[in-house]
Design a protein around this ligand. Structure first.
Ligand SMILES: Nc1nc2c(ncn2[C@@H]2O[C@H](COP(=O)(O)OP(=O)(O)OP(=O)(O)O)[C@@H](O)[C@H]2O)c(=O)[nH]1
Length: 604
């Protein structure tokens, strides 16, 4: 890296995702172990939050594959693996409109196949448009498989029985078909013709090391063929992302960063996002893990360096980092003149994630910018609006906002808390205001709980609204069953269609209103409703007298208010039985005579 204009291809940044227990950590351990065992003296493989597999190791590990792939070359400087697998950390590798990760390894237990988090990971990768390779892990567990530790997959394949080969193919086929269902063409890596169209599935055993050479060769090959442009970087002010904010003895609050572009130097002025707006600070120290062999207890775990070149994982020590947000961009300010511009860029980027709105929607609080972004974008897909999205603990104000929303949209009277505390005052206010606080530290479980809650409240609200609507009903006053002529009139009726309930207004066949049902009785029993086919006695409140406004043998209908009929014809149409629909049609015909707009233009 001599002159300012010199360019180079950096290491691709690779993340590992997959379902619980499918072997993400074991795979990373194996790769790290390989890197340490095969590195040249003096080569650094341990970064902060990441591990490097240098080119020298890639060359050594992939050498045995040369007999299968003679054109195999290594011309990237290495591969940088992010150490912590999983969705949450992946969210923090955010970069405007995408991810800092250049490539992902989707680990699938070859025996168990696709599981819930495999799908979730796949969705995240789709959304962020991160290319990926599927690692079909635990091949040593395939029936009849005889392991050849640390050999290449293709080498190991030669000594397997026909039965084991068939079993493996069967398992891989299941994974391939699941990927196909998700919109991806996929195949075992050695059968792929066009890697731009087909997702490669690499069978490995993270435990025995079989297949690791192929996996590293494939990553190298894919990157060299299709990603070189993205990986070009030069000697310019660095860009990075905050993975974690950490207290470090002797250094105060530090940030662990992944640098994906340019060069980061001690003394650089950087801008990053903080809880209360952009933070401008000067790098006091850059720290890298101290190589294991010269680590002394009293010297601590870090070594000081003057600069790092992308791609790298590094710890930054600087003043004012207490409020820094994980998931925040880090930009180096090249000169004082552009400081304002850089601050503005960070502020704008953050304002796309943090929402302080006033419309109906849920309140979301998360621990980092990355998880907040992941949550809000998932909510968008679920069609759930967001009123407030912010980083930090759940406060009284959050609860208050949710309670305001609850007045008009009860289903959104909820605060989502992802991996953050709920302050005690907020908790007690939530109890008083009946605000639901959903807490979880797995994004998808939090979203599942929210979905359940929203559906529950919607059903409850619907039932409440439905309960208040007057349903279609048609009755006949039975001749010989007048129990009382007036104040109130009490008559025996037969329900000919639909249903009647106390409180329902009644009208005659000609549309004249005659009063409201006061009570329904069947002998001594007071009823909540009477449905088609039943004969009951009803009392009618209002100035109604048998022999005047009504008479024995008369037909009466429930007098459905205009706004109710509109709801029956639209939102709640499916709630009416065929029998009720027939009665409704008759009621509309009667009502239309007096009000042509009754029932609108809907056709039954
Ligand atoms: N037989 C066999 N076991 C494996 C292999 N890879 C991982 N395991 C075992 O599977 C279990 C889970 O592996 P982990 O690496 O912890 O899985 P993970 O995906 O990191 O799990 P979480 O961190 O909990 O999400 C452990 O008992 C591993 O020893 C493999 O290739 N073969």
């Amino acid at each position: 890296m001599g002159s300012d204009t010199e360019q180079w291809i950096r290491q691709p940044i690779v993340v590992v995702l997959g379902h619980v227990d499918h072997g993400k950590t074991t795979l990373l351990d194996k790769i790290r172990g390989t890197a340490v065992a095969k590195k040249e003296p003096g080569e650094i493989t341990q970064h902060v939050g990441a591990s490097m597999v240098p080119a020298s190791v890639l060359k050594k590990v992939t050498e045995p594959l040369r007999k299968f792939f003679p054109r195999l070359t290594v011309d990237i400087p290495g591969i940088l693996f992010i150490d912590t697998p999983g969705h949450e950390l992946f969210s923090n590798l955010r970069r405007r409109g995408g991810s800092v990760a250049d490539l992902a390894l989707l680990v699938v237990d070859v025996v168990e196949g696709f599981q819930k988090q495999t799908y979730e990971a796949l969705n995240i990768l789709k959304e962020k448009r991160v290319p990926f390779v599927v690692v079909a892990n635990k091949i040593d567990r395939v029936e009849g498989w005889v392991s050849k530790p640390d050999s290449s997959f293709l080498e190991s394949l030669k000594s397997q029985s026909q039965r084991a080969l068939a079993k493996l193919d069967e398992r891989i086929y299941v994974i391939v078909s699941k990927l196909y269902e998700q919109g991806f063409e996929a195949d075992r890596f050695d059968r792929v013709r066009d890697f731009r169209k087909t997702v490669a599935v690499v069978p490995v055993s993270a435990k025995t090391g079989e297949g690791i050479p192929e996996l590293l060769a494939l990553i190298t090959g894919l990157v060299q063929q299709f990603m070189k442009k993205r990986l070009v970087t030069k000697n310019e002010p660095a860009k990075g992302v905050v993975l974690e904010v950490k207290e470090e003895p002797g250094f105060g609050t530090t940030v662990d960063a992944v640098i994906f572009d340019g060069v980061l130097k001690r003394g650089d002025t950087i801008v990053l996002a903080g809880k209360n707006g952009p933070i401008v600070t000067k790098i006091r120290a850059l720290l890298m893990p101290r190589p294991l062999q010269d680590m002394r207890m009293h010297e601590g775990a870090f070594t000081l360096i003057d600069q790092v070149v992308a791609a790298a994982g590094v710890k930054i020590s600087a003043a004012n980092l207490d409020d820094a947000l994980a998931g925040s961009p880090i930009y180096v300010v090249p000169s004082d003149e552009v400081l304002g511009e850089v601050v503005k860029a960070v502020r704008e980027e953050v304002s796309e994630i943090i929402v302080r709105g006033s419309g109906n929607g849920v309140v979301v609080k998360a621990d980092t910018l990355g998880t907040l972004e992941a949550l809000t974008s998932a909510l968008k897909q679920m069609n759930i609006p967001v009123r407030i999205a912010d980083v930090g603990p759940v406060t009284q104000n959050d609860v208050l906002e949710a309670s305001i929303v609850g007045k008009t949209a009860p289903e959104y009277k909820v605060v989502l808390a992802f991996n953050v505390k709920v302050l005690p005052e907020a908790k007690s206010l939530a109890e008083r205001e009946n605000v639901n606080i959903l807490y979880h530290n797995v994004i998808y479980q939090l979203l599942e709980e929210l979905d359940k809650w929203v559906k529950e409240v919607r059903t409850r609200e619907k039932m409440k609204e439905l309960e208040q609507l007057v349903r279609p009903g048609k009755i006949r006053i039975l001749p010989g069953y007048v129990f009382r002529r007036s104040d109130p009139a009490i008559v025996g009726v037969e329900v000919l269609g639909g249903r009647i309930k106390p409180g329902y207004p009644l009208m005659r066949e000609d549309g004249t209103e005659i009063g409201v049902i006061l009570q329904i009785r069947d002998k001594d029993q007071v009823l909540k409703e009477a449905v088609v086919g039943s004969s009951v006695a009803i009392s009618i409140k209002g100035h109604v007298m048998v022999g005047r406004q009504i008479d024995e043998g008369d037909l009466l209908y429930t007098s459905i208010p205009k706004d109710h009929v509109n709801l029956w014809l639209t939102k709640y149409r499916s709630e009416l039985s065929d029998d009720e629909l027939l009665v409704l049609k008759e009621i509309i015909t009667i009502k239309k005579k007096k009000d042509p707009f009754y029932g609108g233009f809907y056709q039954l």
